[in-house]
Design a protein. Structure first.
Length: 541
């Protein structure tokens, strides 16, 4: 039996829905569904996280046979059952078991087929007559009229037909299974095997799509009662009962989950499974019984590894595909994406640099007047920085001496002019300017980062003031240098703030002459977001 991965994300409305990620065969598959807002439950280490509770209901459907008649009677109905009546509009097939025995019973002027071992339970309280028996294999291949006609005439003859399925039993229900392959693991596998149509009738918010127009926009659980009443009114509901069964629940929100198929990418574990098992022999396990016990068993039973994720915060897969699907490319870094995208100019590369070591750094002094030069070590740091850079189009620099001295080797290497910007200057430290880092100064620094509105030294700048300067920088780069590689040489605190202004996380520390690279998405004006839908707007020529 296939085992998939279940995952969860909170929906905007209750309940959460579960999407078990499915595959048709052991191979890579293209992700085509937008995973934003999709949720489910986990299968970790092969164990379900589920809760026992009272099930919704069980509905036995009267499905009228039409295209092929069984010889003894003019018309019969197959009693199919389900615990998910909201899936009935997406009904595609009936499943029986070849080796089970089915009986044809008559109630007044109607005849019904049900598994022989379920007869007394299903027909409890009804006055019926057993007419004859059939093996399940006799029913396989027969056609019938589905309970709803949303897909009639739109899909081929492999649908609305009776199939054999190993998972069908006569220990519960009617021994005849309702198949809506969009929802449910074994149903999906049967559909892939037999070519049964797989609908796309429920969206990522758990609401019906245009494929089911009568309920379009309705949350699936809100459609249970209307669907049941409609079946009853149309004479297609044979019985409705409450049963107790196991259902998946979200462990966070304690809400029921829904199974739903979506296309995903898998690593073909079956192809390399023998190698994995062989490598296990080279591992020294403690305790040693794990080697040929739990771990070996987990390898032997390992399913293909689904690497698709529908959580926004999940790790994105950097695979770009051509519009016609004929070509795929895997991008191994933001830098490669930037280089490949250069002809389109959708990404701007910014290299933020705190100046190299200065005499003020050695003296542990906040130097606001800009006169502190680089030390000998600082000049060496600036040269090494320039040597490490492979491509630069623009150099923007604070007007201070220590920053211009840091920028000079970069400008010389690439034959560029240093463009001085006043707004890149050192933080205004107020009354603590040009003072060494005493205990008072360090306490002030702590307040400065804890409260972004706190003015350094009482009359200086706040961190939010620095972010505002960073916003000026961001806007200028987007306007003048889109698609370019821009080096910005400034100071420790401003560099932190400039990164925040561009949508990046503030680093805990900024080292002298260390480059902090940020890739700016020109579509959003912020640091590139590798998650959908943002990354879908970045193209690879």
């Amino acid at each position: 039996m296939w085992q998939g991965e279940y995952f969860e994300v909170e929906l905007l409305s209750n309940p959460t829905i579960q999407e078990p990620e499915k595959h048709a065969q052991m191979q890579w598959m293209k992700i085509i569904d937008d995973p934003e807002l999709v949720h489910g439950y986990y299968l970790q280490y092969g164990e379900h996280i589920i809760t026992e509770q009272l099930g919704r209901m069980y509905d036995a459907l009267a499905l009228r046979a039409i295209e092929k008649k069984l010889p003894e009677l003019k018309s019969i109905s197959l009693l199919a059952w389900t615990t998910t009546p909201w899936t009935i509009p997406m009904h595609m097939a009936i499943a029986v078991h070849n080796d089970l025995t089915y009986v044809l019973v008559q109630i007044e002027d109607e005849a019904y087929l049900v598994a022989k071992n379920r007869l007394e339970t299903v027909m409890k309280g009804k006055n019926f007559t057993v007419l004859t028996e059939y093996p399940g294999s006799f029913l396989v291949g027969k056609y019938y009229r589905p309970p709803f006609d949303y897909y009639v005439g739109k899909i081929d003859e492999r649908n609305f037909r009776v199939y054999h399925a190993d998972f069908v039993t006569d220990t519960d229900g009617t021994g005849i299974a309702h198949e809506a392959p969009e929802f449910g693991d074994v149903d999906f596998q049967l559909a892939k095997q037999e070519g049964i149509f797989i609908t796309s009738a429920i969206d990522e918010a758990g609401k019906y799509t245009a494929q089911v127009p009568d309920y379009q926009g309705t949350l699936y659980i809100d459609a249970i009662d209307p669907i049941t009443e409609r079946l009853k009114a149309e004479g297609k509901l044979f019985k409705k009962e409450g049963i107790t069964h196991r259902v998946p629940y979200c462990p966070r929100s304690n809400t029921p989950l829904m199974q739903k198929a979506q296309k995903s990418w898998f690593i073909d574990i079956q192809r390399i499974k023998s190698e994995l098992i062989a490598q296990n022999e080279n591992i020294n396990w403690f305790p040693d019984h794990f080697k040929h016990g739990r771990f070996l068993k987990s390898l032997e039973s390992a399913p293909d590894w689904c690497i698709s994720r529908s959580r926004f915060w999940g790790t994105p897969m950097p695979v770009w595909q051509s519009a016609d699907g004929s070509e795929r490319v895997v991008i191994d870094s933001r830098e490669e994406l930037y280089q490949r995208n250069k002809p389109l100019g959708q990404i701007t590369k910014i290299i933020f640099v705190r100046h190299a070591e200065s005499e003020a750094n050695v003296a542990k002094m906040y130097n606001d007047n800009g006169t502190s030069p680089l030390t000998k070590k600082g000049h060496e740091q600036a040269k090494k920085l320039a040597q490490s850079l492979e491509q630069v189009d623009v150099v923007l620099c604070s007007p201070f001496l220590r920053t211009t001295q840091t920028a000079e080797p970069i400008a010389q290497k690439f034959g560029l002019d240093i463009e001085v910007r006043e707004y890149l200057h050192e933080t205004n430290h107020g009354t603590l300017a040009d003072q060494t880092q005493t205990k008072t100064v360090l306490e002030e620094r702590k307040k400065f980062f804890e409260n972004h509105d706190h003015k350094f030294g009482g009359t200086g700048e706040s961190f939010n003031d620095l972010i505002a300067r960073g916003e000026v920088l961001r806007q200028e780069i987007l306007a003048k240098y889109p698609g370019k590689t821009v080096v910005v040489v400034s100071h420790g605190h401003p560099v932190k703030a400039f990164l925040v202004a561009c949508g990046a996380k503030r680093p805990s520390n900024t080292e002298n002459a260390k480059p902090y690279v940020l890739y700016l998405d020109n579509n959003t004006g912020k640091e590139i977001n590798l998650h959908r839908p943002y990354i879908d707007r970045i193209y690879v020529p």
